[in-house]
Design a protein around this ligand. Structure first.
Ligand code: HAM
Length: 455
């Protein structure tokens, strides 16, 4: 009977394997994330990868794309309705309330990093399982909290070598002015519904802010004369936003105002922001003074040759003063941000950011013969305990092949350990650059290499 070819499996659509050669990026990013989070006084929070589905319906919002179309939701054998986390803020606030963090000195600052899941159409920079670095500051109502996070994001981009990043800012008002904003926007669109795409017609009823970020040409045209949210917000929101812009000037963070930035999650109030690289669609702004309006602010000159604005945001966030209360806590102001790790790596690659490769291999052990092979593992341990990286290719028997691998790995020293050396309790230390070699007692090999490394 003909043997059936075994089925070959592929990773699920929209997911990716992170191969050893890509790990340099991930290690670098996670190391910066950890350092920055600690430096700015954030405590690490790990939450489950799945939560009650209701948590996300309630916080991210029933009418959002995430809840309507993108959640990986399932029923357990016990009948619980659970969802793989599509974002981290809801879980962080759930954990803040559930673990009694209210009793801690405020603001409570939390960070997290890990996998998130959204059933989106995969494309460049858009995955179904992706990774975020998230920050949440709970219990700070001043715009300094937004400014601090934007500064942290900038520091992160800078540390990983990104150029030409900027933040887009908007304010979407608070519960006090939402009614007014809503009535102005709906009044404008009411007699134009037929000119809208089918999705936007639905959004008129469920999520009117999303009318502003529809990509359909006819909807983009229509929004040009729509009332801008920034013109409708109340005085308190306006003061808050102006103060945020002053912080931006103070830290000299490149920003543009995007009156159509509304974000895809329902919990935001007041400030919202997203990060991009490339040529901003609006002029970059800086230097606010006195009581001037954002539109009158001085423009920063940017070279024309910048590539177009990245087609995806590297990160986004905003203020969400109502969420803690909505999830059962006391009324508490909060701000957060999340940065997409895959997207940062994609831009690092596009911008050809030079990565410092893995610690160069200092020592390579070439062995020959059964006895030498057997004793080799012990030699590795001797080097590991003193922190000197050493490589081998113990499965190989040919000296030539092993030397080839050592050369490719860029080893500075090769230890040659053959049958004779194994019997005599010795080993040859060869410096690759000069070709000079010396036979030393096996018991002294670590010191001999150490001496040469530190020469
Ligand atoms: P978000 O804008 O939905 O916000 O996601 C933040 C970032 O995660 C995005 O800017 C992007 O870089 C990355 N991201 C999102 N979806 C994908 C995807 N499908 N593939 C690759 N990367 C993706 C939030 O998640 C909020 N929780 C942020 C926040 C924290 N707001 C307040 N606190």
């Amino acid at each position: 009977m003909k043997k059936q070819k075994p089925k070959q499996f592929q990773r699920p659509r929209g997911t990716h394997d992170i191969l050893p050669e890509a790990q340099y990026y991930w290690d670098k990013l996670y190391s910066e994330i950890r350092q920055l989070s600690i430096f700015y006084g954030f405590g690490k929070l790990d939450t489950p990868h799945f939560e009650d589905t209701e948590l996300f319906n309630h916080s991210v919002g029933d009418g959002t794309d995430i809840v309507e179309k993108q959640m990986y939701s399932f029923k357990t054998r016990g009948g619980d309705a659970l969802t793989l986390r599509p974002e981290g803020t809801a879980s962080a606030i759930r954990a803040y309330i559930e673990n009694g963090m209210i009793a801690q000195p405020h603001p409570v600052k939390l960070w997290y990093a890990g996998s998130f899941f959204r059933h989106e159409s995969p494309q460049r920079g858009r995955f179904r399982e992706f990774h975020q670095w998230g920050l949440e500051t709970i219990g700070e109502d001043g715009p300094v909290a937004e400014a601090e996070m934007i500064q942290m994001a900038g520091a992160f981009f800078q540390e990983v070598g990104l150029k030409d990043y900027f933040v887009e800012l908007n304010s979407i008002g608070c519960p006090d002015c939402r009614g007014h904003i809503k009535s102005q926007i709906l009044a404008y669109y009411r007699n134009k519904t037929k000119k809208l795409c089918m999705n936007c017609r639905k959004r008129m009823k469920t999520n009117y802010f999303r009318l502003f970020d529809c990509k359909e040409e006819k909807c983009v045209q229509l929004r040009q004369n729509a009332p801008q949210i920034l013109d409708q917000i109340c005085d308190a929101c306006r003061t808050h936003f102006k103060s945020l812009l002053e912080f931006m000037d103070e830290i000299q963070f490149p920003y543009t105002l995007n009156p159509y930035l509304v974000r895809g999650l329902d919990y935001y109030s007041r400030s919202v922001f997203e990060f991009f690289v490339g040529k901003p669609e609006a002029e970059l702004v800086s230097q606010s003074e006195g009581g001037e309006k954002p539109e009158e602010k001085e423009k920063i000159e940017k070279p024309e040759e910048l590539p177009a604005k990245s087609h995806f945001a590297l990160g986004g966030g905003g203020r969400y003063d109502g969420l803690v209360e909505k999830l059962g806590g006391r009324p508490t102001a909060a701000v957060g941000i999340a940065i997409g790790i895959e997207r940062v790596i994609e831009i690092m690659r596009q911008q050809k950011v030079k990565m410092k490769l893995e610690q160069p291999i200092k020592v390579f052990l070439v062995q020959l013969g059964e006895m030498a092979k057997r004793k080799s593992l012990k030699i590795l341990e001797q080097f590991r305990t003193v922190g000197i990286s050493i490589r081998t290719s113990l499965g190989k028997n040919s000296i030539k092949t092993q030397f080839g691998i050592a050369l490719k790995a860029g080893a500075e020293f090769v230890l040659i350990f053959g049958q004779k050396e194994a019997l005599d309790g010795e080993i040859i230390v060869r410096e690759m650059s000069s070709g000079i070699q010396e036979t030393v007692p096996l018991s002294k090999v670590v010191e001999a290499v150490k001496r040469r490394i530190h020469k």
